[in-house]
Design a protein around this ligand. Structure first.
Ligand SMILES: Cc1cc2nc3c(=O)[nH]c(=O)nc-3n(C[C@H](O)[C@H](O)[C@H](O)COP(=O)(O)O)c2cc1C
Length: 356
């Protein structure tokens, strides 16, 4: 990673190759609707350590989504379905009608996605009411038809993958659904180790991922409640699965993938994160109306609070602030303060320590 000594994130254009780590197993950045959009995917993958990431879901319901919709959801399609630093991006579809899903997948395939991912995990009532997401896990036959129709419609060189929860309310449903997906032709399966009824309540039930892995003959990726290196190791130990997908933990600590790979130590990294936050803010200002911009910044800061005490201080300074100019000034002042500290008082905080 070409980070400058003072932790200037803007100079990073190439992520650390994910394969550079001596850690066995792949790391994926999870799809997160309303959170991990193209902008945050770009920033997070530039921190390095990810093998691939996934877009937010595209809801398929009765119509053919136009190419411009897919291009907006996944601007990375214009650059070979990769983020600016080269991390591959899958495009995720959510829906329950096998024929309509297949038609949309074929239409999307014309744009050259790195892979097409099918969502069987969304627990949102508005989505589930229309028979989309995790409720489909009660119907393994339908799950199978969706996967096989999509697989048939998409050119063989584009992988079709899936992401599922353990079931609607019983984790014992997981193996039937996983088999249905495997027999339907998906080539990788992410298992979020909760049922729909569990919503996002901890703990994740990593122990149920092992039986899924044993039931199918395809790569399985473990997901759910991995916030640090220790939990990553424990998740792999309990599930017996080597590859892990990181969701909220990746937003809370943009350096999580690199910490897992042993390239960045615990407690290091705030200067780089602050610089990334500034870049994120500038890009949010370009992309959104001023009244919507502060909310986006505070949403990310709200996650960062979990891993960085400095983010908590910043958030309390900004919480009530709606004026974009004042927010820019606060960020700039933080940066100045940090530079001054890096020049003398807290050398351990220098981002140069991160350069792997
Ligand atoms: C805000 C938010 C949005 C999400 N959107 C999606 C989505 O679009 N597609 C999907 O498959 N999963 C989605 N998920 C689920 C995550 O991909 C992941 O499975 C879940 O957060 C558990 O992983 P974690 O504990 O590492 O966060 C979302 C999760 C969150 C918190």
């Amino acid at each position: 990673m070409a980070a400058s000594q003072d932790g200037d994130f803007s100079v990073i254009s190439e992520a650390v190759p994910a394969a550079s780590a001596d850690t066995a197993g792949e790391l994926y950045l999870a799809p997160m609707e309303g959170l991990a959009d193209a902008l945050l995917r770009d920033i997070l993958t530039r921190f390095g350590g990810y093998d691939a990431c996934v877009t937010e879901f595209a809801r398929v319901s009765g119509t053919l989504l136009p190419h411009r919709f897919f291009r907006r959801l996944c601007p990375e399609l214009a650059q070979g379905s990769r983020t600016a630093c080269g991390t591959p991006v899958s495009v995720q579809l959510l829906g329950s009608d096998p024929v309509c899903m297949a038609e949309n997948a074929a239409h999307l395939a014309e744009l050259g996605p790195w892979a097409i991912d099918l969502n069987f995990g969304c627990p949102a009532p508005t989505v589930n009411r229309h028979r989309g997401g995790a409720v489909l896990l009660a119907e393994p036959e339908l799950v199978h038809r969706i996967a096989s129709e999509v697989r048939r419609a998409v050119p063989a060189h584009i992988p079709v993958t899936a992401k599922m929860r353990l079931g609607v309310d019983d984790p014992a449903q997981a193996t039937d659904c996983a088999r249905a997906l495997s027999e339907g032709g998906v080539s990788r399966l992410v298992v979020h180790a909760r049922t729909r009824a569990d919503m996002y309540r901890p703990p994740a039930r990593w122990e149920w991922i092992g039986p899924v892995r044993e039931a199918v003959n395809l790569p399985v990726v473990a997901n759910g409640e991995v916030w640090d290196r220790r939990q990553w190791a424990r998740c792999r130990e309990v599930s017996g699965v080597l590859d892990v997908m990181l969701g909220r933990g990746a937003v809370a600590d943009p350096l999580l993938a690199r910490r897992i790979r042993g390239e960045v130590g615990q407690g290091e990294g705030w200067p780089l994160v602050l610089s990334a936050l500034e870049e994120f803010w500038l890009r949010v200002l370009e992309a959104l109306e001023p009244r919507h911009a502060p909310g986006r910044l505070k949403m990310w800061l709200g996650f960062l609070v979990r891993g960085y005490p400095q983010a908590g201080q910043l958030l309390s300074q900004l919480r009530a602030e709606k004026n974009v100019g004042a927010i820019s000034s606060t960020l700039a002042a933080q940066r100045l303060l940090m530079r001054q500290r890096a020049d003398g008082v807290h050398p351990s905080e220098q981002a140069g320590a991160l350069v792997g």
